[in-house]
Write a protein that binds this ligand. Structure first.
Ligand code: ES4
Ligand code: ZN
Length: 324
């Protein structure tokens, strides 16, 4: 079954590039850039990856991203993820990046974007892996800062297919970014948002109704609102669910408690994703394997989940036909 899940053709629709920064690469980049990390070894750093909630993770994740300085650093980060995609038969990707994490520390937006998009172009040329890059706003920062980020992206809209919303969900509801999302959609960008990860089902409803997103990231708390579950199913609003992330951040106590297959059986268009694989103990195949071991996912369910990842991707119609 493990080999079957690895070889199953898949797309990944919820992956933070900064969350694919493995400790080994973090140490190598720190060395290359003359930065001192507050951990003395890769092992010591890995031991710190023991989180009680989303915020504890985010604190380490933003700290780790500080080693990323040059365009080549962003290239190397993205390329390392693409090599994993190649190894796991991931044919299409829609990765996220958090420009504000970098521009806030003085790294130019274009340095970040050029490094990432050069790697994505190479992925297409060398491996035939198609992609669409999604720029996320940090929801703990202000609306004005999100607008400024959108403005920085404006000359490069050929390199970005959509916007997202991530970071601390509690205290930062979707409505805070209503106007930024409206502007981005006017500019022709697609939209997604993290909602219903740690926050309530209402955030999922609001992301759909107020931000008018094309897809929801996580969305697992939608289960608390049966009418919303029915609506997500009938309106085919897909959820990018991240099983290992949810157990590592204690959204669910144990994989046996996860609701992804329950939602699948209720007709919700759920997909499997790895979120921040360097921090949560596994890439996409590992997430599928965890669902088999923890929830008894069948081969047929795995095939349906992988199919959903193609169907609810933002790939161009002609590419979708090849993938499906
Ligand atoms: C994230 Cl798991 C998760 N949730 C919200 N924001 C994030 N950024 C990176 N990983
Ligand atoms: Zn995420």
């Amino acid at each position: 079954m493990d080999q079957f899940l690895n070889d199953l053709p898949k797309a990944e629709l919820h992956l933070h590039l900064e969350g694919s920064l493995e400790p080994e690469l973090m140490f190598a980049l720190a060395e290359r850039n003359g930065i001192k990390l507050s951990y003395s070894s890769v092992d010591q750093l890995r031991q710190a990856y023991d989180f009680e909630n989303l915020q504890e993770f985010l604190d380490l994740y933003y700290q780790g991203a500080a080693v990323l300085q040059t365009e080549q650093d962003f290239y190397d980060l993205t390329w390392a993820y693409i090599e994993r995609c190649k190894a796991e038969n991931i044919l299409h990707i829609e990765p996220f990046f958090d420009p504000q994490t970098h521009t806030e520390r003085g790294i130019p937006f274009i340095t970040v974007l050029n490094g990432i998009s050069r790697a994505l172009t190479d992925a297409e040329v060398k491996y035939g892996i198609s992609s669409g890059l999604i720029m996320c706003f940090l929801r703990h920062l202000s609306e004005a800062e999100a607008f400024a980020t959108l403005e920085q992206a404006e000359p490069y809209l050929d390199k970005i297919i959509g916007i997202g919303l991530d970071s601390s969900e509690k205290g930062h509801p979707p409505a805070k970014f209503e106007r930024v999302f409206a502007k981005a959609r006017e500019m022709g960008l697609l939209a997604v948002a993290h909602a219903g990860e740690e926050g309530p089902a209402q955030n999922v409803t609001d992301a759909v109704d107020i931000l008018k997103v094309d897809r929801i990231d996580h969305g697992v708390r939608a289960i608390d609102d049966p009418e919303l579950i029915k609506r997500l199913a009938t309106e085919k609003i897909a959820l990018t669910v991240c099983p290992l992330s949810n157990t590592r951040l204690k959204v669910f106590d144990d994989m046996s408690q996860h609701n992804i297959l329950k939602m699948l059986e209720q007709g919700v268009k759920v997909t499997v994703n790895s979120d921040d694989p360097a921090y949560f103990g596994g890439y996409l195949t590992a997430n599928f394997i965890a669902l088999e071991k923890g929830l008894g996912m069948t081969k047929e369910q795995a095939v349906q989940l992988a199919r959903n990842s193609f169907e609810y991707s933002f790939a161009k119609p002609e590419r979708k036909l090849e993938l499906l």
